[in-house]
Each structure stands twice: as structure tokens, then as C-alpha cells.
Design a protein around this ligand. Structure first.
Ligand SMILES: [Zn+2]
Length: 394
């Protein structure tokens, strides 16, 4: 059985211990400050006798440390050190998660905690229940007030069926044994948790929500956040981006979200309008006569592929007709078609059109289509394809 030193003193960085058991790379000690992971918090890393501890896990009442390359035997005394910077970051993140979730719960009692991830790379919680940015912004402000208030964080053990346990945030089915460890943050939160926490909220320094996304299953949301200096750096970077975006849109920073919403609505409605005009122009397109063949051509903006292909098929439905059409949107699209009675290979005409603009495409004898990345080259592609068609018709 390993004595869990991190439960007594979460700030213990170095300690000595005795090896009690060895299973290959895995070493069990009589006592340890290495947290074996749990409740979403990553296991600690560090060093035993100067050798890197790659992983830590609990096995029954023992804590096992993975120490590749060790030559330790039971009875050996070892000097141990945990990677403190990494651990303190996880402690801040874990305590921050308690704060943020308990505040969100008070604002929105229907939400449920589904999953937590407290790792060096990512700190997040997944909750069931509708969330939005204004609500998160309020919760974030309250969490930072609690950090500024320097609230004490304490841990006490209680029996599973005691009165104290009835009033706390707990998932009873996740508690093994008869005892529950209650983590209390000032007077604002009490939760059952076996993880490692800071002892005062001031150590968190700052909590910043950095991402809100829908998670699976539908109705779940993932909230990512940062704490400490990392949060401060991100907050400064994002505020500068928001101010630059406000400048670029001509909006006041406080009106930026509304302004971007209006801009996207405007772009959508203009796209629809452009599409309607292009459809109208397509329906009124007059052919030129080349060697007795009706040739339809033009560049159209904002037309989707189906509309363009339908129009082209309509043009070449009657005999002795051909069409070379380009549409521009985010990309350039080129379509070449001929009526079945014309001995013209549309693939060759298309290839000629796309050759100068670095595009790709394919098709058959009477229909070929392709595209290129740069929509500003539409006229170049169209005129070289038309030239190829004219010489093929001669
Ligand atoms: Zn916890």
C-alpha cells in the first residue's frame, strides 16, 4: 500500500521513499507525491533517482511509477522529484474547473458535468445543457472575482452517508469506498473530488474561457479555458485581435459581434441577388455564329455548378451548337459542351482553356468541365477555350 503524500501536502515537490515492489518498468513505492491521475487530471511526471518517470497509475492500493531503464530492487531507498511546474499548472486548472462549473451551475441549474480534461495541453469541461457566450462571459467574470478575493481552498474527508455529503456536488456512483473527500472553495463551492488542488484561489491568477463548441452527443458543449500567465497572454492577444477586427469593420469594439453578423447577412443576400442576376443573364444569352454553329459563351459570377451545367445542357440541346462558360466564386469553373452532331472534342477545348490558368478538369467528347484556384483568370481561360473551339470548328 502506497501512502499518498499529495493528499496531505499537495505542494510537496521532493521526497524520499522505499521501493516496495517492481514489475518490469513499473516501480511501487511505500509513499509517493506523484498523483496517479484521475477525475480528468493527468498523472504527474518527474524523476526517481534521476531517471524520468514517464507515467504513473494506481493499481489497487499501490501507486506504480513507470521508470524505463531503472535497476531498482525492493528495499532500495530513492530520492524523488515531481515536475512541479507541470503539476502546479494542473492544480490551477483543476481548481479553476471547480470554480467555473460551480458558478455556471448557479446561473444555469439544469446543466450537468459530463467530462473533465485537465492536461498540460488542454483544460476543458464537457457539460450537458445549452450554453452561450454571454452566459460564459458572466461566469468567467465571477470566477475571476473569486480568484481576486483570494478564497481558501480546503479538503476534508467525510463518510459517504454523512449530512455534509448531501449538500455537495457529487456523483455518488463514482465514489469507491465509504469515504468522500470534499473540496471546498470559500463559501461558493463544495464538491467531491480526489484530485490535487491549489490551497488559495489567488494561485490561479486568472481564468479565461477560450473556446465553446458543440460536442457529441448533440446537446453537449465543450468549454476550454486557460489559467495563470497563459490565460493573461491569450487574453491580451485576443483583445488585440478583437480591436483590429473592429477597426477593419469600422464598428465600435462593443458592437463587433452585431456588426459581423450584419456583414455576413449582407454578403449572403448579395450572393443571392448576384445569383438571380446571373440566372437571368444566362437565360437571355444570345449566341454568336461560327461556321454555322451557334456558340454561347460568357463569364458569370456567383452561379453554382448545377445552374451553369443546366444552362449549358439547354444551349447544346438543339443541333449545331456549342457552349463555353465560366463561373467565378471562390474559384474559377469552366464548362465546355457541344451538341452531339459536332465532331469537336470538348476535353481538348477545356484543356486549352485551363492550360494558362493552371487548372484541372476532365469529361467526355461532348461535355467537359474543370476549375482553377484563381477566379480573376476567368476571362483568360474563357478566351483561350473559345479560340480553341473556333479553330476546331473550321
Ligand atoms: Zn477536483
Amino acid at each position: 500500500m502506497t501512502r499518498l503524500l499529495y493528499e496531505v501536502d499537495p505542494y510537496l515537490r521532493t521526497f524520499d521513499a522505499e521501493v516496495c515492489n517492481v514489475q518490469g518498468e513499473w516501480v511501487a513505492l511505500d509513499r509517493t507525491a506523484f498523483f496517479p491521475g484521475g477525475g480528468g487530471q493527468d498523472a504527474d511526471s518527474g524523476w526517481i533517482s534521476g531517471l524520468e518517470v514517464k507515467s504513473v497509475r494506481a493499481q489497487g492500493e499501490d501507486v506504480l511509477h513507470q521508470v524505463p531503464g531503472h535497476r531498482l530492487a525492493p528495499g532500495t531507498r530513492v530520492e524523488c522529484q515531481i515536475d512541479w511546474e507541470r503539476r502546479h499548472d494542473l492544480m490551477r486548472g483543476h481548481t479553476g474547473e471547480h470554480l467555473l462549473f460551480s458558478i455556471l451551475c448557479k446561473m444555469h441549474p439544469e446543466i450537468e458535468l459530463v467530462k473533465i480534461a485537465i492536461t498540460p495541453a488542454k483544460k476543458s469541461l464537457i457539460v450537458k445543457g445549452e450554453l452561450n457566450w454571454p452566459l460564459l462571459a458572466m461566469a468567467q467574470t465571477e470566477a475571476n472575482d473569486a480568484i481576486a478575493a483570494q478564497l481558501p481552498v480546503s479538503e476534508v474527508w467525510a463518510s459517504k452517508d454523512s449530512e455534509a455529503v448531501k449538500e455537495i456536488r457529487i456523483k455518488v456512483e463514482r465514489i469507491h469506498g465509504d469515504k468522500v473527500r470534499i473540496v471546498r472553495i470559500g463559501d461558493i463551492d463544495r464538491a467531491a473530488c480526489a484530485g490535487v488542488h491549489v490551497q488559495n484561489t489567488r494561485e490561479i491568477k486568472m481564468l479565461l474561457v477560450t473556446r465553446l463548441v458543440s460536442a457529441r452527443p448533440a446537446g453537449d458543449f465543450e468549454i476550454e479555458f486557460e489559467t495563470g500567465r497563459e490565460a493573461m497572454g491569450t487574453a491580451m492577444r485576443l483583445s488585440s485581435i478583437a480591436l483590429q477586427a473592429a477597426d477593419a469593420t469600422g464598428a465600435q469594439p462593443d458592437d463587433l459581434v452585431g456588426a459581423i453578423g450584419n456583414l455576413s447577412a449582407e454578403v449572403r443576400s448579395r450572393r443571392e441577388l448576384l445569383k438571380a442576376y446571373a440566372k437571368q443573364a444566362l437565360s437571355r444569352l444570345e449566341p454568336e455564329k461560327v461556321e454555322g454553329v451557334r456558340v454561347y459563351s460568357g463569364v458569370f459570377e456567383g452561379v453554382d455548378k448545377k445552374t451553369l451545367v443546366d444552362a449549358v445542357n439547354g444551349f447544346v440541346g438543339e443541333g449545331r451548337s456549342a457552349a463555353v462558360m465560366a463561373s467565378v466564386d471562390d474559384r474559377l469553373m469552366l464548362v465546355v459542351a457541344t451538341s452531339k452532331d459536332l465532331p469537336v472534342d470538348c476535353r481538348l477545348v477545356l484543356a486549352e482553356g485551363l492550360r494558362l490558368v493552371g487548372g484541372k478538369g476532365g469529361g467526355g467528347m461532348n461535355f467537359a468541365s474543370g476549375g482553377a484556384a484563381d477566379p480573376s483568370k476567368a476571362e483568360v481561360a474563357l478566351s483561350s477555350a473559345l479560340a480553341a473551339l473556333r479553330s476546331a470548328l473550321k
